[in-house]
Design a protein around this ligand. Structure first.
Ligand SMILES: Cc1cc2nc3c(=O)[nH]c(=O)nc-3n(C[C@H](O)[C@H](O)[C@H](O)COP(=O)(O)OP(=O)(O)OC[C@H]3O[C@@H](n4cnc5c(N)ncnc54)[C@H](O)[C@@H]3O)c2cc1C
Length: 462
């Protein structure tokens, strides 16, 4: 491997890494070098970005969704810093202009949140569409890509970053000297042991939402912590989605869970399945399933699901449901205790309301009476066979905990001072707490990746 000193060395080629690399190369204008490392071979590189539909929490290309700032902060109970979100929005127009200048296109698309009808903005081609715009731009600008190259450790001297230790395609170790380093290597969702330590729970039953999850093992975060970086975001939780564990597809979502009941392996209900719209409740529902024995539940419904006209939009699993004509046959097919399941469904049916009208589009107040746990909306009795059942497990998309950065995307220490030459963007930076505000992860990776690349290029020549 070459030992020339690189001006901007970027770790990771997802949205944050490619945004940083292109922005750095543009800033350097041919008068400096930019190198991108990715542990994956070229065909598999691009991280979670490659697999996402990449919804943006925007109403239009330059227009954030309503209450963008307050929602993102509110979802975290005030723990996400306002300056981060304000600066994100401030840079939104120029960043959207920039990415469109590289050929990306956007359109408004309905989401799989069937009872939250607001469409979201999506890049044509999803996350891969963005990468396909940025990769050739990077190549045209002279950025060097090193695939199958994994970063392990930062090299520092006099408090500043001076390079990165890597393992190359041949398994050999090398040090790549660099004036600045941008960490864009995702969260630590792919390191089950480390993840379990941070979550304080067994992470072994979490399903990766896509194959890319396994590539993000947190080395970027840990190497910066070892160099004195402060932590940000909530380290003991993660972005969760409810999926069908039988499916081999990425993001095999089961987002129709409020239109029936969820039972655990013992055949019992354990949660109010319909305490709000799907977008408000899917993450906490997935986490609640994870905490049950075996980390799996069954979503049980009947032919009343047909009354939800758009239910197929919320079912991304391609595997058909288990079907049965009676509750007893259903219990046998699902390997659930028959008497318990029959009792659960009988008690649920007896508690469904006799007045009120069903409206799948919005919380309709059709709530159970005197049942624990209650079902607060869409409580139709399960009396129309054949019964249908989907297994539902909790998948991990990305972790919330990561590095603390400043408005210039520099990695900061506990005292707020920046570590010389070190930048970070995307999932590897800690931001979220509690509940994920959907449609913000790719967006922030792009905005702050570009900020990081531009600033790193400037400071490499300062
Ligand atoms: C199925 C799915 C659906 C999603 N839906 C949405 C959505 O609709 N909207 C949204 O905003 N977000 C969504 N997300 C989340 C979003 O895609 C990611 O959080 C975001 O793309 C992360 O970008 P990133 O650049 O930080 O990391 P990534 O895109 O994950 O890139 C990290 C890169 O770093 C490389 N890498 C890791 N460690 C090392 C190392 N030590 N050395 C070298 N290389 C390394 C990896 O190989 C990878 O290429 C979704 C994610 C998935 C998987």
């Amino acid at each position: 491997m070459s030992t020339d000193v690189t001006d901007v060395l970027v770790i990771g080629s997802g949205i944050a890494g490619l945004s940083a690399a292109v922005a750095a190369a543009e800033e350097l204008g041919g008068a400096g070098s930019v190198v991108v490392l990715d542990r994956a071979p070229r065909a598999e590189a691009g991280g979670n970005t490659r697999w996402t539909a990449a919804y943006f929490r925007l109403d239009d290309v330059y227009e954030p969704g309503p209450n963008f700032v307050d929602d993102v902060i509110g979802f975290s109970d005030g723990r996400t810093p306002r300056w981060y979100v304000d600066a994100l929005l401030e840079r939104l127009p120029e960043t959207m202009e920039w990415i469109q200048g590289h050929g990306a296109r956007f359109r408004r698309m309905p989401t799989y949140f069937i009872n939250s009808t607001r469409p979201r903005l999506q890049p044509v081609g999803g996350g891969e569409g963005l990468l396909s715009a940025l990769r050739p731009a990077a190549e045209r600008l002279g950025v060097t890509f090193r695939y199958e190259t994994t970063a392990h450790r930062l090299v520092t001297g006099d408090g500043a970053v001076t390079g990165v230790e890597v393992t190359g395609p041949d398994g050999g170790r090398a040090t790549l000297p660099a004036r600045t380093v941008v960490i864009a290597s995702g969260g630590f969702e792919g390191d089950t042991a480390y993840l379990g330590e941070q979550l304080g729970a067994d992470a072994g039953t979490l399903l990766p939402i896509a194959p890319s999850v396994r590539l993000n093992r947190g080395e970027g975060i840990r190497m910066a912590l070892a160099a004195g970086a402060a932590r940000a975001g909530q380290w003991d939780t993660f972005h969760a989605e409810p999926v069908d564990p039988r499916s081999k597809d990425a993001e095999a979502l089961v987002m129709v869970f409020p239109y029936g009941i969820l039972v655990d392996r013992g055949g019992e209900r354990f949660i109010d399945e319909a305490r709000g719209t799907v977008d408000e409740t899917y993450e906490s529902t997935a986490r609640a399933i994870w905490s049950r024995d075996g980390g799996t539940a069954w979503f049980i419904t009947d032919q009343s699901l047909r009354r939800v006209d758009d239910h197929e939009r919320g079912l991304l699993t391609g595997v058909p449901p288990v079907r049965a004509d009676t509750v007893s046959e259903l219990a046998t097919a699902l390997d659930l205790p028959p008497e318990v399941l029959a009792d659960t469904i009988d008690r649920f049916n007896a508690a469904t309301p006799t007045v009120g009208s069903f409206d799948w589009r919005r919380p309709d107040g059709l709530a159970t009476v005197g049942l624990e746990p209650a079902k607060s909306n869409w409580a139709l009795p399960l009396v129309s066979p054949p019964f249908l059942a989907y297994p539902v497990a909790c998948s991990i998309v990305f972790t919330f905990g990561g590095l603390a950065t400043d408005v210039r995307a520099r990695v900061v220490r506990e005292d707020g001072g920046a570590i010389d030459g070190l930048y970070a963007a995307g999932e590897c930076t800690g931001l979220y707490h509690g509940k994920y505000p959907g449609g913000t992860s790719v967006l922030r990776g792009m905005v702050y990746g570009r900020v990081a690349g531009t600033d790193a290029a400037r400071s490499s020549h300062a």
